[in-house]
Design a binder for this molecule. Structure first.
Ligand SMILES: Cc1cc2nc3c(=O)[nH]c(=O)nc-3n(C[C@H](O)[C@H](O)[C@H](O)COP(=O)(O)O)c2cc1C
Length: 317
């Protein structure tokens, strides 16, 4: 299955593991890249530029395949420019950018042999990313886990719109968990898919607490909810008493100060690292309903490719 995405990013399969705050470290990224897809580590979950450098070295010990470093520039209090500098120095092949204007990061990497991905949730953002020199865009629809676009547009509607509006390759994301989703993305004109939630429910996502993984397995199609909408930063999480409380506070219009303890990185880690489901929240996309097991990453990728083949054969594509 060759597309411009497999060519540009030098990967066997057109599948990308999304940045995953506090979850996408070397173990996961290395396993995903070894399986023929594109693994990524999440820079902004690391404390310092040196911690990022160490994590890059750790991935390199696990795989000799390309991998990416994800920069969620809007959401964290980290020195992202120094971190991008580390990625350049360490000769990382690929970076991805989300959560703000990607210009600063793209300008920093443009004279280096680094391929760039920009996450977008609207046509205009995709066109802007193309103008700024991005090699591809990842379009994230409203089904996705974690932070979303403000317009609530779903992957099915958004992907072809973005495909028609840019000439660089588009990667579909949001709600995809299997080979059917891969084929759907390709049918919509995308040249690859990105998955976030599905990769959390794997053996190599070692930072996810078993309780979080079990919650992903137990979830049905109504199990997620969008929080932080009142702050202009909607994001999808597994519904629990903590997110109920957040929504209640948002309805009371308490603003950032009234919400900050509930939406903090600490509250996120309480749930995802420590399994304290009544003391925090965990992000997940709507596709979570289609996750029924905890395979190795290799098993997952192999299965997705078999499922994609089944779709092709069923419809004689
Ligand atoms: C737990 C979690 C953490 C995430 N953290 C980040 C992040 O740090 N940077 C980023 O670009 N995207 C982040 N995302 C978004 C994913 O990279 C991806 O775009 C999204 O999960 C796709 O939707 P899906 O979960 O339905 O596959 C996160 C998603 C989840 C579920």
């Amino acid at each position: 299955m060759n597309t411009r995405v497999t060519e540009i990013f030098n990967i066997k399969y057109p599948i990308i593991q999304g940045g995953l705050a506090y979850l996408a470290y070397a173990e996961l990224a290395g396993a995903v890249s070894n399986a023929g897809a594109l693994g990524q580590i999440t820079a902004m979950s690391l404390e310092s530029p040196e911690a990022l450098r160490n994590e890059i070295v750790k991935v390199r010990k696990l795989t000799n395949k390309p991998f990416g470093v994800n920069f969620a520039i809007g959401q964290h209090n980290r020195p992202f420019e120094q971190m991008v500098q580390v990625a350049i120095e360490e000769k990382v092949e690929i970076i991805s950018v989300t959560g703000g204007n990607p210009k600063g990061v793209l300008d920093m990497v443009k004279d280096h042999p680094i391929k760039s991905l920009v996450l977008v949730a609207a046509k205009r953002q995709a066109q802007k990313a193309e103008e700024l020199g991005a090699d591809a865009v990842i379009v994230v629809g409203h089904e996705g886990g974690g932070h979303l676009g403000r317009a609530d547009t779903g992957t099915m509607a958004l992907t072809p719109q973005v495909v028609d509006s840019v000439s660089i390759p588009v990667i579909a994301s949001g709600g995809i968990v299997d080979g059917r989703g891969l084929m759907a993305g390709l049918a919509l004109g995308a040249e690859g898919i990105e998955m976030g939630t599905r990769f959390i429910a794997t053996k190599e996502c070692v930072h996810a607490h078993p309780v979080y993984k079990q919650a992903l397995l137990d979830a049905d199609e109504n199990a997620t909810v969008v929080i932080k909408r009142s702050l202009g930063a909607p994001a999808r999480a597994i519904k629990n008493s903590w997110t109920d409380k957040i929504i209640e506070l948002e309805e009371k219009e308490v603003g950032y100060d009234g919400l900050k303890d509930y939406i903090s990185g600490r509250a996120n880690r309480n749930y995802i690292h420590e399994g304290k489901t009544d003391l925090g929240f965990g992000w997940a996309g709507q596709g979570v309903a289609g996750i029924h097991d905890l395979p190795t990453v290799q098993e997952l990728i192999d299965r997705i490719m078999v499922e994609a083949e089944e779709v092709k054969n069923k419809w004689k594509l």
